[in-house]
Design a protein around this ligand. Sequence first.
Ligand SMILES: C[S@@+](CC[C@H](N)C(=O)[O-])C[C@H]1O[C@@H](n2cnc3c(N)ncnc32)[C@H](O)[C@@H]1O
Length: 208
Amino acid sequence: MFDFSWRTLHIYPLLAALATAHRPKNYLEIGSWKGDSIAAILDAYNGLDRVLVCDPFFGHCGGPKSPAFLEPKMRKHGFKGELQILHGLSQELLRPHLETSGEVFDLALIDGDHNYEPAWIDITTVVPRSRITLVHDLDHDTVWKAFRQYVQKHAHLDFMVTAEHQGTGVIFNPQAGTSFGKGTKAILHGAEPVVKNLPKREKKTETL
Ligand SMILES: C[S@@+](CC[C@H](N)C(=O)[O-])C[C@H]1O[C@@H](n2cnc3c(N)ncnc32)[C@H](O)[C@@H]1O
């Protein structure tokens, strides 16, 4: 189910709308920081049985330096399922974990390292194993390049990009289990101006 009105949503209501519409059972998140994106889902939808988080919790920008806060926060937002935390870099921990577990996710968010190589590794690791993947921060040329190259290479994917809050790419992967029906394909020359028009942020050396 593709809804183009979502193109103007901030990432939190976008996550909430996708969760409400598609009723995911499991959710994967790279880059959880203070847990607000997970809370946004839980506030709208309480059907998650399992959440897998990968984050080194470096404490950037006032974020927590340990993941201990996350489970209590999620419980407060109504989470009743199982939480697993991979405490470290997604580029190192996630692929071996998923290769062993063989898990496929209903919904995933990539919101971690903005450099090209890590973003590419995250996208190539997650998209084949998730029915819906959100890639945040397309206003970074590096993340946009990785996203664009990936969707160009994989013609079976449906995707759209949003223009709000640093830009988010949403990829629907009909080959990862369930088909969500015929989506409206956002062709690249439709997506490019959306990303090009995002307000540019100053280049930062840290990963947030
Ligand atoms: C912008 S914050 C995430 C915000 C969060 N999704 C939210 O909306 O509340 C980015 C997070 O990515 C994490 N991060 C940075 N590099 C990472 C990496 N290589 N692997 C996994 N997480 C990473 C940081 O520790 C930080 O917690």
